[in-house]
Ligand binder design. Structure first.
Ligand code: GLU
Length: 462
């Protein structure tokens, strides 16, 4: 059985965003689901627009998401020699020919065609044919190399997303595959790479669907079967435009910094164009065991940040306090908080109220950093009616010899019994004093996570 080999082939011309990384997720998942090989190929031949920073975002984003390639990264700029070699092969088989048409002539041709309401295309002036006399070669002109696209028949393939696609060769003109300086062009390099890297499945954005028939013809000319194709529908932003850096899409690494969990991001992205019944929340393992090309969506998916947050919150909740303690650590460090052995219990207590690790870190920090109660909350809750009860609670808590949730709960109960207050009348102001806000998890649990000394200190402010 042939081993499944897939690739992610980003161009490092801008910071990859969620739409781009989704084009990595599916080939990665497909390879993993079939014990195959996932390859990273950096398509950096556009030297003016490619940058190392963009490559770094690709590598960092993939590392964060746990999508390490099995092979690569390969860089197209390091494979130029190989492309030249294959060009020579095509030259000697007569599959390419030099074309001396100047830019001006091409422009004039295009203009004529547009005026005659024809599709602009190269007219084959320099294409050698039996019995045809080519124009005299203009002196001093370096030719481009054009691929001799078949004139008749059709190119067809069964796309895993779009179904049968059939294009008449009449629609395709002879593509330039090497520039006057000999550098190979995009569609040619892709085919050489896909052949050399033995790619079995090309899973990519549907902005490439127009390139596919041209690429298939090049495969044929090189004597190779083309891979299976799956062209993924676009990802739209919340305004319904194509997700792109130009209209505000963030680099994928920004989500790591915002405290999203990689497994939640994979879950969210997976659902953005693929489904497994009604399953909304699933683990990476489940995704990899379920993923197939038959359930890819056919219509454009729309990014929804609120949904992403919700998915993240579900994954966050499912993690243990110990695991969250590890994950939240870098965020605490950047807040200047040095946590201690209470951290796992804090994470466990607070995780239900947090959508991201950033939110969790902020919450945890209230235990370590002095808080300024919100003035409005203070005025509303720390009332004269509440102050005697707060003072009583402080006194009693100062005297307890064991610092645990049930002891603290008993003290709270006793204070309520003694003062005749209802739970919220005591709990709200105490929360405001301790953590700055009246909204917290259960009071006894919160108190137990502070040191006894710290609680007495904070309650003394009333
Ligand atoms: N480099 C292309 C891009 O970033 C992808 C080419 C391909 O997947 O075949 O859009």
């Amino acid at each position: 059985m042939t081993v499944v080999r897939t690739r992610f082939a980003p161009s490092p011309t801008g910071f990859i965003h969620l739409g781009n990384i989704r084009s990595a997720l599916y080939p990665w998942a497909f390879a993993k689901a079939h014990d195959g090989v996932f390859i990273l190929r950096v398509e950096d031949t556009d030297i003016d627009r490619s940058s190392q920073e963009a490559v770094d975002v690709i590598l960092q984003g993939m590392k964060w998401l746990g999508m390490a390639p099995d092979e690569g990264p390969f860089y197209q700029m390091q494979r130029i020699k190989r492309y030249q070699e294959v060009l020579e092969q095509l030259k000697s088989s007569g599959a390419v020919y030099p074309c001396y048409m100047s830019i001006e002539e091409l422009d004039a041709l295009r203009e004529r065609q547009t005026q005659n309401k024809q599709k602009p295309r190269y007219d084959g002036t320099w294409r050698p044919e039996e019995g045809k006399t080519l124009p005299p070669i203009p002196p001093g002109v370096q030719p481009v190399l054009r691929f001799k696209n078949p004139k008749d028949g059709f190119v067809s393939w069964t796309d895993k997303v779009k179904g049968l696609i059939e294009i008449s060769n009449e629609e395709l003109d002879d593509l330039v595959i090497a520039r006057p300086d000999g550098t190979p062009t995009y569609n040619f390099c892709v085919v050489v790479d896909d052949i050399d890297m033995k790619i079995t499945h090309v899973i990519r954005g549907d902005d490439h669907v127009n390139n596919t028939p041209r690429q298939i013809n090049i495969f044929k000319a090189l004597g190779h079967e083309h891979p299976t194709y799956a062209h993924l529908p676009t990802v739209l932003n919340e305004q319904g435009e194509k997700l792109s850096k130009r209209n505000g899409a963030k680099a994928v690494t920004a989500y790591e910094a915002e405290g999203y969990l990689p497994e939640a991001m994979i879950n969210y992205l997976a659902r953005l164009g693929w489904s497994h019944g009604d399953d909304e929340i699933f683990s990476v393992e489940q995704f990899l065991s379920w993923f197939d090309l038959d359930h890819l969506g056919k219509s454009a998916a729309q990014f929804d940040e609120a949904k992403l947050k919700w998915v993240n919150a579900q994954h966050l909740k499912a993690l243990s306090g110990e695991e969250l303690a590890l994950r939240v650590q870098p965020f605490l460090t950047s807040l200047g908080v040095k946590a201690d052995e209470r951290l796992a219990s804090m994470c466990h207590l607070l995780k239900d109220r947090c959508e991201t690790l950033v939110a969790l870190a902020k919450w945890v920090s209230v235990f370590y950093v002095k808080v300024e109660p919100h003035p409005e909350e203070w005025a509303k809750h720390v009332t004269d009616a509440a102050k005697p009860a707060i003072a009583l609670l402080k006194e009693r808590l100062a005297q307890v010899s064991s610092w645990d949730v049930s002891t603290i709960a008993q003290e709270i109960k006793d204070v309520l019994a003694q003062t005749g207050l209802k739970m919220p009348q005591l709990a709200m102001p105490v929360r405001v004093l301790l953590v700055g806000t009246a909204q917290t998890p259960s009071l006894d649990a919160v108190i137990s996570l502070f040191s006894q000394k710290e609680v007495i200190e904070r309650l003394s402010k009333a």
